[in-house]
Design a protein around this ligand. Structure first.
Ligand SMILES: [Zn+2]
Length: 363
């Protein structure tokens, strides 16, 4: 069950995948990390290796023995970890990898993102039933911190160096892994929204499959980008381009949305990220049709049943029980106009971030 959770909870983000494909520098990767196949493929193109080494206890005996990050709270300050260190808040523990630099207000940002997500979805990060802890301590922190937050009652936020080797952000019910650039002053806070949305959902529901998971996370990204008015280029991939073309073929969804859901939920979509495409549309439809409460309703409903992520039939049953029997038929009807509207809104929204050309007289 626990390894299933890791397999199933893979949480990568479109923007990161795109940047990874640029293939910039190759970085130094520790031997431990090399053996780790992160869940970049979600349930997708690549089997995820979950045979990770067990955590061994070290000589450190108490929480207070580990180095604590001195985060000032000031966004203009920065903190560089000279060794692996951590910062404990009321509801989260931030673990900072050696060599990583983060802004002084990193803890405030995490708290803010978590509170904002809770408010949006009406769910709490506090709930934790049967946490699927994992050995991220081994993967990223040389086995340290084994006595910090051992019951995972708080959310673990891991901040690491980006190795630029194809690995992307991920999340599960107990933690979210972010890169140091994701929290920089002018950086991409939407990654934190995306990954922590996964954590929130997974702490409040059974595994509901890659389509629904990514849909919720993309919806959260889009919602907060608009609310807080920042640029999120990762959303471009869902819109029509200048020629009115979509990067995703919707024809199967329009023909039989339920069958297409099954296909996307059970099939690797590779670089095309089809489950993100289907998921974002589907969750946008759900919220548009049933209200934002529907996400919590679906999560609550999932807890009425026992199943794992391989049971797409059960995921569909939960979706129908929490909404309506004809939810997929309604989705087919909503899609053409509903998604065009999103595309228009998104393009209009992004226009404000286009560079304003400088007129010759101002040169
Ligand atoms: Zn994701």
């Amino acid at each position: 069950m626990k390894s299933n959770k890791l397999l199933a909870v893979a949480a990568c983000c479109a923007m990161v995948l795109i940047s990874v494909s640029c293939g910039k520098e190759k970085s130094k990767v520790s031997e431990e990390q090399k053996t780790f196949e992160p869940p970049k493929a979600s349930y997708g193109e690549k089997e995820i290796t979950t045979t990770l080494a067990p955590i061994e206890r070290t000589s450190k005996e108490s929480v207070s023995d580990w180095p604590v990050a001195d985060l000032s709270g000031d966004p203009d300050d920065s903190f560089t970890a000279e060794e692996h260190c951590y910062y404990e808040g009321d509801r989260y523990v931030i673990f900072i990898q050696k060599g990583v630099t983060v802004p002084g207000d990193t803890a405030k940002k995490i708290e803010y993102v978590m509170s904002s997500l809770e408010e949006l979805f009406g769910m709490s990060f506090d709930y934790m039933d049967d946490p699927s802890d994992n050995n991220w301590r081994y993967l990223y922190f040389d086995k340290e911190f084994e006595d910090v937050n051992p019951d995972c009652s708080k959310v673990n936020v891991l901040i690491t160096k980006n190795p630029h080797d194809g690995r992307v952000n991920w999340a599960m019910d107990t933690c979210a892994m972010l890169y140091e650039e994701d929290l920089q002053k002018d950086g991409s806070i939407y990654v934190a929204y995306h990954e922590l949305a996964h954590v929130l959902q997974l702490r409040n529901a059974h595994e509901l499959g890659q389509v629904f998971h990514e849909g919720v996370a993309e919806y959260a990204e889009w919602y907060f980008a608009q609310k807080e008015n920042y640029r999120d280029d990762s959303l471009d991939v869902f819109s029509r381009d200048e020629d009115g073309m979509l990067s995703y073929d919707e024809s199967e969804m329009l023909k039989d949305a339920e069958a297409a859901f099954v296909f996307e939920n059970e099939t690797s979509s590779g670089i095309f990220q089809r489950h993100y495409q289907y998921g974002f549309r589907f969750v946008s439809f759900l919220v548009d049709t049933y209200g934002i409460e529907v996400i919590k309703d679906i999560c609550d409903m999932s807890l009425q049943f026992t199943f794992d992520y391989t049971r797409t039939d059960m995921i569909i049953r939960v979706l129908k029980e929490a909404t309506s029997e004809d939810v997929f038929e309604r989705f087919e009807k909503w899609l053409p106009e509903g998604w065009d509207q999103y595309t228009e809104e998104c393009r209009e929204y992004m226009r404000q971030f286009e560079e304003v050309p400088v007129s010759p007289t101002e040169r």
